[in-house]
Design a protein around this ligand. Structure first.
Ligand code: NIG
Ligand code: FE
Length: 389
């Protein structure tokens, strides 16, 4: 069995609090040894065991691969004109999703698969080693199954989002569409999904409709997560907590009762600042959540409408500059926080036995991810010990 040592690590972020003070479990002048795709040894370079091969981090900072726990990568088409109109003053609404639904339905499988592959590769280049992928731009039984089956080739973390919006052919018949989603569509999609999600918000689905879909999904063994409180205050966050959702995502418009419910729960609040950036909306109040003891994750929400970025580094920079997260909090949320939002213990951490997902930065510290916004600082990326960049 061949072992490989990553040496020359100026600063290692482990996210293992047993390692050092502070949530990032930082070690200076560190070595990580990888065997069979997993972390076999972590510690100070001076104490490292011998290894068969070596990779030199050049004195840079190394951190766990980013965990992007919220992305919509199964789509066709482009909404640059909608973005430009927004920047000229047109507000964002859930209605734009229908544009992508039409383009996605018309696209052949090969085009959709190529689009996912392009974005997953772009993410890997930026240091993302785990991505969750949602359906939700098909909205027929056949198109939702197709989207999930295609996504499954790229990740185990697939999410059935048939309840994204009501498609045009069901206009005025929302309850009929909810019955389809919670019935035949779910039956067909469940074998391809780990998670069930609903967009519970203004212009999408209300709490009763969301509950119907989520409970039906749970009865088929899918675990719940939600899009909630993005466009307006509402019941989504508290519904997610009540149902034991792994994560409630967006959390832009919260009242005190939402924060209190999250603080007393195991549900993660996943913040998606790329969406606020691209829709020119107020950012979620990360400080209020963190100060209340809520577990916060950061993700890209990569999609062609509200947030067409695949860059976790960009989201970290936004979280620090615009949402008053410290650089350490933002890095934790983009790695360990994302892992918590996916209920995964094997990623988002550099600990013996974890998957060997590592990002090597061309920078001495993770602070540079926010301090040098828009600059590609990723020198190399490893996923399960395999070099992706
Ligand atoms: O997470 N909020 C709902 N869905 C996406 C937006 C999708 C779109 O505009 O196409 C989101 O922001
Ligand atoms: Fe989303």
């Amino acid at each position: 069995m061949t072992s490989c040592a990553v040496t020359g690590i100026g600063l290692l972020v482990t996210n293992d609090p047993a390692r050092a003070d502070g949530p990032l479990g930082e070690i200076t002048n560190a070595t990580v040894v990888v065997e069979r795709g997993a972390i076999a040894w972590v510690g100070p370079a001076a104490a490292a065991p011998p290894a068969d091969l070596g990779v030199d981090a050049g004195g840079g900072c190394v951190l766990p691969g980013f965990v992007d726990s919220h992305a919509h990568l199964v789509f066709a088409g482009d909404r640059a004109a909608e973005f430009a109109a927004r920047m000229a003053g047109t507000p964002y609404s859930a209605g734009g999703i229908a544009t992508t639904v039409a383009a996605t339905r018309a696209a052949p499988d090969e085009l959709l698969a190529a689009g996912i592959a392009r974005l997953v590769a772009e993410m890997a280049c930026g240091g993302t080693t785990t991505v969750e992928i949602k359906s939700g731009y098909g909205l027929t039984v056949a198109d939702e199954v197709r989207g999930l089956a295609l996504a499954r080739a790229f990740t185990k973390e697939t999410t059935f989002l048939g309840a994204h919006v009501v498609p045009p052919e069901y206009a005025g018949r929302t309850d009929d569409y909810v019955a389809l989603v919670a019935g035949d569509m779910l039956d067909a999609c469940a074998p391809y999904a780990r998670w069930v999600d609903v967009f519970c918000d203004r212009g999408a689905f209300d709490a009763d409709q969301a509950r119907t879909v989520l409970e039906a999904g749970m009865a088929q063994g899918l675990a719940p997560r939600l899009h909630a409180n993005q466009l307006a205050p509402g019941p989504g966050v508290r519904l997610g907590v009540e149902l034991g959702a792994a994560s409630v995502d967006h959390c832009t418009h919260l009242v005190d009762a939402d924060v209190a419910a999250l603080a007393g729960s195991a549900t993660v609040a996943t913040l998606l600042p790329g969406a606020e950036f691209s829709t020119r909306s107020p950012y979620p109040d990360a400080r209020r959540l963190l100060d209340a003891g809520v577990t916060v994750a950061l993700a890209t929400d990569c999609n062609p409408g509200s947030s067409y970025t695949s860059s976790m580094a960009f989201c970290i920079a936004l979280a620090v500059r615009e949402m008053r997260m410290t650089p350490a909090e933002a890095v934790w949320s983009a790695t360990a926080g994302g892992a918590a939002a996916l209920r995964r213990g094997d990623i988002g951490v550099v600990r013996v036995g974890a998957r060997a997902d590592l990002v090597v930065l061309r920078a001495p510290s993770y602070v540079h991810l926010a301090y040098r916004p828009g600059v590609d600082l990723v020198a190399s990326v490893f996923r399960a010990g395999r070099q992706l960049r």
